[in-house]
Design a binder for this molecule. Structure first.
Ligand code: ADP
Ligand code: ZN
Length: 725
C-alpha cells in the first residue's frame, strides 16, 4: 500500500497551531480538502486535510502519529479555496487556522442532519406570567430559533425559555434544513437595456462564458443602472449552471437587494450574513458546498465559503470602507474577492459610482477592464449641488440647520416631496459636559466621549458599547441641571426638524433604528408609501436606496470627515457626499443638494459643487504618488495593546528598537494610538511605509517572529490599513 496516503497534514480550526500530521486509518477517505476530526491532546478538533508541502509545525515519526477520528461526508474544499486561504494568511499575516474558520460553519452544520428542532411562541399566555417571562415573550415575538437564540433575543437565561416551553407558551417545531432552494430564472423578467448598459452587459456575458480571470470596474453615476447590468452577468452564469457571489457592504442593504433580485429572477437569492439563524446558516452552507445555492448574496465573510462551482463574483458599492475587516483577520474583502476570482479563473465585477483611488489606478494601469455607464437611466438628471457657508449664513444659536436649508425643507414639504438630512453621527450629542465645573463624560474603557442617546435615555461609548443611564447631576461637582449636550447627532437634528416643522413626519435612520433586514424593509415600505417627509440618517442611508420622490438632500456637516486627516479623509468625504447626493432626484423630479460647510473653498467641496470629479481624483492621485502612499507604496500598521500600560509600552519600544532597515522602507513610531485606550487596553502604533517592491510581509514576519513579549500583550498587524486610530 502507498504509505504517503496513510499520512495526512491537517490544518485545525485553532489559530495558535500550524499544520499537524495525522495517520489516516484504513478505509477512511482523506484527501486534500477533506473535512475531518482530529485528536488534539484530550480534545477533538475539526480541521481540513492540506497538501503535504505546507510546512508542518513539528515533524513526527510514523510510529507516533495519532489517527484521524472521522472524515465528514462532504465535498472537499476546492484547490482554489485552499490557495485563497493560504494567500490570505500570508498576505495579511494571519494564522491559517483563523482564516480557515471563515470557510467552515459550526460543527453541527457539517453533520448531514435533515431537520433540526427550533422553538417559537404559541401565542398562549402562561399561567404564571412573571415580568421576565413577559419581557421574553414580547421580544421574541414571532421569531424562531434554538433555545439559546431565543434566550439572547429575549434578554433572559436559557432556563426562562425552557420554563416557557414547559408552560406551553413556546413550542418545538421541526424545521427541514435540507429543503432545496428554488432556482433563479435568468429569463424571468429581463429589462430592455439602454445602449451603454447593453454594451457593458455584453462584455460581462462574454467574460462569464470565457471562463478566465477578468477583473472589471463597473463605473457609472448613482442610478445609471449598474445593478441591472451585473444582473445580466448573473443571468449568464445561471444559464451556464454556475454559482455567483454578490458581496454587499452592509446587511441593511440586503433587503432592497433581495426585492430587486426577486423581481428580475423570480425568486430570492441565498443570503449569508451575521443575522441568520443557525439553522438558516446550516442550510445555506450545505447548499453552497453542494452547488445548489446558485446565487449567494452576502457580507464579506461569504467570500471564504466552499462554492462548488463559482462562475462570477460581484462586489457592489466596491469603494465602501466597511469591506475592510477591522478585527480578527484584518482583510479587505474587495481585494480578497479579486484574488479569489484569479484563483478560480472567473470574472469579478467591482461596481461603484465613486470608485476608490486604488481601483481607478488598476484601470488606468490596464490591469482592470472598465465598463462605464455615463448617464442616469431614463433621463433622470444628477442633482444640482450648492455649498452653504456656515460662517456667512450661520444657523440660529443652538441650532444646526442654516436658514437657506430650512427654507428648502419648507418648500419641499409644501410640494409634498421627501427630503433627507445626512449627518454621520449616531445619537443626540457627541459630548456631554458640566457647565459648572467643566467635567466631561468619558468612557472608562476608551479614549472617547460618551455619546448621549436620548431615545434610550443613555450615554453610550461607540467603541466598546459601555452604557450608563443619562445622568441628572454632575458626578464631579454634584450640581444638578448643569449638564449640557455639545454638538449634534442625528437625534438632535431630528428634534430641530420637529420643532421647525411640527407637522412633518420624520424618521431617524441609523444602526440604532435599522438593526435588521426586517427593519430596513419596514423603512423602505414607509418611504415608498409616502409616510415619511424628512429622513435624518447616518451613512446607512447613503447607499442603495431608490426613492423617486426624494428630491432634497442636506449635508449637515461636510467638514466632519475631514477633521481626522488620515490618508483617505478627502476621498472618503467626496465619496460619501456624492453617494448621499445620489439619493436625490432619482425619479422624474430633479433633485438638489445643499452642503453645509465652514470652508466652501476646500478642494473637496469645490470639486463636489462644480462636479469636477476627474479633477479631484487626479489631484488626490498625484498627491498619493508624490508621497509614495497606496496604491503607489505600501503601508502596514503594527498595533501593540495590553491592559498593562507598562508592558504595552515596553513591547512597542522593543519592536521599534529592533526594526530592520531595508531599502525603500521606513518604520515610524511607536507612538500612542489616537485611540490610546480601547476596551480597557492601552494601545500604541507603529507604521511601516515601503515601496511596492519591498516584501513587507516577509520582513514583518521575520522581525516579529524573532521577538518575545509578555502574554498580556497583543501585537496585531494591519496590512493596507484603512483605520489609523
Ligand atoms: P445603480 O446601481 O447604478 O445605482 P440601478 O441599477 O439601481 O442603478 O438603476 C436605477 C434605477 O433605474 C432602478 O430603479 C432601475 O430599476 C432602473 N433601471 C435602470 N436600468 C433600467 C432598464 N434598462 N430598464 C428599466 N429600468 C432600469
Ligand atoms: Zn468605550
Amino acid at each position: 500500500m502507498d504509505n504517503s496516503r496513510s499520512r495526512a497534514r491537517v490544518i485545525l480550526l485553532n489559530a495558535a497551531l500550524g499544520p499537524l500530521d495525522y495517520r489516516v486509518p484504513h478505509g477512511m477517505a482523506a484527501e486534500p480538502g477533506s473535512v475531518v476530526i482530529a485528536p488534539l491532546g484530550p480534545r477533538q478538533v475539526v480541521g481540513v486535510v492540506w497538501e503535504p508541502d505546507r510546512a508542518v509545525t513539528e515533524e513526527v515519526g510514523d510510529n507516533r502519529l495519532r489517527p484521524l477520528l472521522h472524515a465528514y461526508d462532504l465535498p472537499p474544499l476546492g484547490d482554489a479555496l485552499r490557495r485563497l486561504i493560504e494567500w490570505t494568511s500570508d498576505y495579511y499575516l494571519a494564522p491559517l487556522g483563523a482564516v480557515l474558520r471563515m470557510a467552515l460553519p459550526s460543527t453541527s452544520a457539517l453533520e448531514g442532519a435533515r431537520s433540526v428542532t427550533e422553538y417559537r411562541a404559541t401565542g398562549r399566555v402562561p399561567e404564571r406570567l412573571t415580568p421576565q417571562r413577559a419581557q421574553a415573550l414580547e421580544r421574541i415575538g414571532e421569531r424562531m430559533g434554538f433555545i439559546r437564540e431565543l434566550a439572547i433575543v429575549g434578554g433572559v437565561s436559557d432556563a426562562v425559555v425552557r420554563g416557557l416551553v414547559k408552560a406551553g407558551a413556546i413550542e418545538p417545531v421541526e424545521v427541514a434544513i435540507d429543503a432545496p432552494y428554488p432556482e433563479p430564472d435568468p429569463d424571468h423578467a429581463p429589462p430592455a437595456l439602454a445602449a451603454d448598459q447593453d454594451e457593458a452587459a455584453r462584455r460581462l456575458r462574454e467574460a462569464v462564458g470565457a471562463g478566465a480571470f477578468a477583473p472589471f470596474l463597473l463605473d457609472g453615476v448613482t442610478g445609471s443602472g449598474k445593478t441591472e447590468v451585473y444582473f445580466e452577468a448573473i443571468a449568464e452564469a445561471l444559464r451556464r449552471g454556475r454559482q455567483t457571489l454578490v458581496l454587499l457592504p452592509e446587511i441593511a442593504l440586503t433587503e432592497p437587494f433581495l426585492k430587486r433580485f426577486a423581481a428580475r429572477f423570480g425568486t430570492d437569492p441565498v443570503a449569508w450574513h451575521s443575522g441568520l439563524r443557525q439553522s438558516q446558516r446550516r442550510r445555506a452552507w450545505r447548499a453552497i458546498a453542494a452547488g445548489d445555492a446558485r446565487v449567494v448574496v452576502g457580507a464579506r465573510s461569504s467570500l471564504f465559503l466552499p462554492y462548488r462551482d463559482l462562475g462570477l463574483i460581484v462586489v457592489d458599492e466596491a469603494h465602501e470602507a466597511s469591506f475592510k475587516q477591522e478585527d480578527g483577520v484584518q482583510y479587505h474583502a474587495r481585494d480578497v474577492a479579486v484574488m479569489r476570482a484569479k484563483l478560480e479563473a472567473i470574472p469579478v465585477v467591482l461596481a461603484s459610482a465613486t470608485p476608490a483611488i486604488e481601483t481607478r489606478h488598476m484601470v488606468e494601469s490596464g490591469t482592470y477592464g472598465e465598463l462605464r455607464l455615463a448617464d442616469r437611466f431614463g433621463g433622470a438628471r444628477l442633482p444640482d449641488m450648492a455649498a452653504l457657508d456656515l460662517i456667512q449664513d450661520p444657523p440660529p444659536r443652538g441650532r444646526w440647520l442654516a436658514p437657506a436649508l430650512t427654507e428648502e425643507l419648507q418648500a419641499n414639504l409644501e410640494a409634498g416631496e421627501q427630503s433627507l438630512l445626512f449627518l454621520n453621527r449616531r445619537g443626540y450629542a457627541p459630548l456631554t459636559l458640566c457647565r459648572h465645573c467643566g467635567y466631561r463624560f468619558q468612557c472608562p474603557n476608551c479614549t472617547a466621549w460618551m455619546v448621549e442617546h436620548r431615545f434610550t435615555r443613555r450615554l453610550a461609548c461607540h467603541h466598546c458599547g459601555h452604557v450608563m443611564p443619562a445622568p441628572q447631576a454632575c458626578p464631579e461637582c454634584k450640581e444638578e441641571d448643569s449638564l449640557v449636550a455639545c454638538g449634534p447627532g442625528v437625534e438632535r437634528i431630528a428634534d430641530e426638524v420637529q420643532s421647525l416643522f411640527p407637522e412633518a413626519r420624520t424618521a431617524v435612520v441609523t444602526s440604532d433604528t435599522i438593526w435588521s433586514p426586517a427593519k430596513a424593509a419596514e423603512f423602505v415600505a414607509r418611504m415608498e408609501a409616502g409616510e415619511i417627509d424628512i429622513v435624518i440618517g447616518t451613512q446607512l442611508v447613503t447607499k442603495g436606496y431608490h426613492f423617486p420622490n426624494l428630491t432634497l438632500v442636506g449635508v449637515v456637516d461636510a467638514d466632519l470627515g475631514l477633521s481626522g486627516g488620515d490618508l483617505r479623509a478627502a476621498e472618503r468625504t467626496f465619496q460619501q457626499i456624492q453617494q448621499v447626493s445620489g439619493r436625490a432626484g432619482r425619479g422624474e423630479k430633479p433633485g438638489r443638494v445643499l452642503v453645509q460647510t465652514h470652508d466652501p473653498s476646500a478642494a473637496v467641496i469645490e470639486a463636489l459643487v462644480s462636479g469636477d470629479t476627474e479633477g479631484f481624483y487626479a489631484a488626490e492621485t498625484e498627491a498619493r504618488r508624490e508621497a509614495g502612499m497606496p496604491p503607489f507604496g505600501r503601508l502596514a500598521a503594527i498595533i501593540v495593546s495590553s491592559e498593562n500600560q507598562a508592558e504595552a509600552t515596553e513591547t512597542a519600544r522593543l519592536i521599534g528598537r529592533t526594526a530592520p532597515s531595508a531599502e525603500n522602507m521606513a518604520v515610524f513610531g511607536p507612538a500612542p494610538a489616537p485611540l490610546a485606550m480601547l476596551r480597557g487596553r492601552h494601545r500604541l502604533r507603529l507604521l511601516v511605509h515601503a515601496a511596492r517592491s519591498v516584501p513587507v510581509q516577509d520582513i514583518i514576519r521575520e522581525w516579529l517572529g524573532s521577538l518575545e513579549w509578555p502574554r498580556s500583550v497583543r501585537v496585531a498587524v494591519d496590512v493596507d490599513p484603512y483605520s489609523f486610530l
